[in-house]
Ligand binder design. Sequence first.
Ligand SMILES: *Cc1c(COP(=O)(O)O)cnc(C)c1O
Length: 386
Amino acid sequence: MKMQFPVEAFAAIETPFYYYDVELLQATLDTVKREAARYEGFHVHYAIKANFNPRLLEIISKAGIGADCVSGGEVRAALNAGVPADKVVFAGVGKTDKEIAFSLDAGIFCFNVESVPEIEAIERLAAERGVVAQIAVRVNPNVGAHTHANITTGLAENKFGVNYEQLDEVIDVVETMPHLKLVGLHFHIGSQLLVMDDFIALCCRINELQELLLETRGLVLPHINVGGGLGIRYDFPDKYPIPDFEAYFATYANNLKLHPGQQLHFELGRSIVAQCGALITRATYIKSGTCKQFIIVDAGMNDLIRPALYDAYHRIENLVSDKPDGVYDVVGPVCESSDVFCKDRRIPVTERGDILAIRSAGAYGEAMAFGYNCRELPKAVLSTDL
Ligand SMILES: *Cc1c(COP(=O)(O)O)cnc(C)c1O
């Protein structure tokens, strides 16, 4: 199953817009559920920050998947989409009182806490309400992942989590707090990880840590949350439309030593939504420079910032040209030199008005769009709308 483009229907739609193939999303969700269900106690949460389009959230929520949130707004979006509060987890280094209070009132499953002052804030707000908040400590496993420096999160120098050496002290603090219940440990080592060795390295760290906690404190926690990070193939979206969830879950099943009854949670973002989305854009002009040919499209870095922010690769296809390849830089209209989608790329010879698809844009695309240059936010079209 690869992503389908109803090009004739696109002709009547103003560009740029995000297009989502609902059938591919559904097939991806079915695969995630089927592969996770092979193992006892595996739970999947969708990381909302990858794409919070409310119509996609509803489809994902209907599949029975929980939600991983990094702001009060995301907790609200999850609940609005029908995710039950007891399947919502809330992570993030900077949770405000307002966000914590909202989440306590909603009765979410767990706060993934990242510092002692945050633990104190949750204790105070839970006490005011006479409730007990479930928390998991986010541990920084100091595992370097093979990915872009801006999306690796599990190193001691990163702002996320509590360092390994500080964990004992943090647990001591939590144990003095009557309105907090420590239920788990949380980890997240980075994003766009395609090498299973990175996840194996995480499993090894967790195994060590679990042994240590058992030995030194007699502590076994009911939940382990390993975060997300499974990558997708930006280079071959049609060959790999659905990530290898089988290998992903098997890696954890084979390498992580869980205690009897211990539940394992995953927070997958990109791998669920990236391949079902594309940014559809028209060629506004073809411009010949002295040494370059440019396709100037009507989508810009404000619609899809990944190339400018992370130097990210996206396949770009001309959906209407069957001419031989030319060599182009595809650029947006925004007044920034970094508003470039690709350089020196072979793309069929393109004319003004041609419709192009920037592929694998379902994750961290629409969610990161902004209005710079007074540009309108991109619209979203679902395959089921046409
Ligand atoms: C961003 C994030 C995820 C999802 O990462 P993906 O690479 O999109 O799977 C999961 N957990 C946490 C805590 C995150 O911040």
